[in-house]
Design a protein. Structure first.
Length: 365
């Protein structure tokens, strides 16, 4: 797809009233602007992803350019940068809106196939007024709506409008409207709020949930050993209907517990042939997608791997790096501990490996 996702992150954020610009503050355990980039990457809709910022940043597979003084300046700089990159569709998004979903990106993309401009909106439930020539006029709130980003456009049309524009606009939709161009408006998302002031963070209700997980599998010869999605060199692997990855199975159960969504056996029953020999990362992926699409985020993950061998200390970093990538979370919020059972029972005789975990997730209401 010749699509480009542009993230505007060069704003001054004066109303946020903080020494650190709002787009770089820690939000849900990573810089606020990174949420948008991560979703753009995970959507697989974009040939190119472009970050516009006035901060020195290097991110793998992301193009970074310097922004302008105003939003419209940064937008035009981005479009000029893309001029010879064979881009057909361009999505423009504000870094201050980290809570949009991948589902919204796909809906915008689909609607742009038959339109030159597609913009998400939400209705307002507030009473609205309009000041005009020293008069206050009541407006019907069902006729008033609030536009959001990301907004998407036919690249060539937007570029031509932008380079010839002489007046300040607050978003690209305004360019189309000012030039009597048709804009397709589609339903946006209530959760996709713009963070303008610190109050926008502090005033939102946060609910936190906890889940615990446990799993155990026998060790068998002639099978590969996977722990936390990482392949571990060992003489045996874990017996199971799937690949037997006790760490991922344990984490899946902990996540399902925190989400109040039953257990791993309910989602992936062992009597279903379609799940035979399934790799555990494939079992984890839809649960992580559910978390991200429903405005949850992971606070902390603590894991006990219970075995005599292999020694956890030899592979701790490898396993944590794998979990960080699979779960799209920072390595700093993952803790992995190794425990033995003093040679007791199946585990002590090196015939099995067990795992237990506890996870904390939160959600902005």
């Amino acid at each position: 797809m010749n699509n480009c996702f542009i993230l505007l992150a060069a704003g001054k954020g004066k109303r946020f009233n903080s020494k650190e610009k709002k787009q770089y503050i820690n939000y849900k355990n990573k810089p606020l602007f990174m949420h948008s980039l991560d979703k753009a990457k995970k959507s697989k809709l974009f040939k190119k992803i472009l970050l516009v910022t006035n901060k020195q940043i290097k991110i793998p597979k992301i193009d970074v350019i310097k922004g302008g003084n105003e939003r419209s300046d940064s937008s035009l700089k981005a479009l000029k940068y893309l001029q010879n990159k064979k881009i057909k569709k361009v999505f423009i998004h504000d870094a201050a809106r980290p809570n949009f979903s991948i589902k919204l990106l796909k809906k915008l993309n689909k609607n742009l196939n038959k339109n030159k401009a597609v913009v998400p909106y939400i209705n307002t439930d507030s009473s609205t007024k309009y000041a005009y020539k020293n008069k206050i006029i009541n407006l019907k709130r069902e006729k008033v709506f609030l536009t959001q980003t990301p907004q998407c456009f036919d690249f060539k049309t937007l570029y031509n409008l932008s380079k010839n524009n002489k007046i300040s606009v607050t978003d690209e939709a305004a360019l189309f409207i000012n030039n009597n161009k048709k804009v397709k408006f589609i339903k946006g998302e209530q959760s996709n709020v713009k963070i303008t002031k610190r109050f926008d963070l502090d005033s939102r209700s946060i609910k936190t949930f906890y889940g615990i997980g446990f799993d155990i599998h026998k060790l068998v010869k002639n099978k590969k050993l996977y722990l936390g999605g990482a392949k571990i060199p060992f003489h045996s692997g874990l017996k199971g209907h799937s690949d037997g990855d006790v760490i991922l199975h344990c984490i899946i159960d902990a996540l399902l517990g925190a989400l109040r969504k039953k257990d791993i056996g309910y989602l992936y029953p062992s009597n279903k042939s379609k799940f035979k020999n399934i790799r555990s990362p494939k079992m984890l992926n839809p649960i992580i997608a559910y978390i991200e699409n429903n405005n949850y985020y992971i606070n902390n993950l603590d894991i006990n791997l219970i075995c005599e061998r292999p020694k956890v200390s030899f592979y701790r970093n490898k396993i944590i790096n794998s979990l960080s990538k699979l779960m799209n979370i920072n390595k700093n919020i993952i803790n992995l501990k190794g425990k033995t059972v003093e040679k007791l029972g199946l585990i002590g005789k090196e015939n099995a490996i067990a795992c237990e975990s506890i996870i904390s997730i939160s959600k902005y209401e």
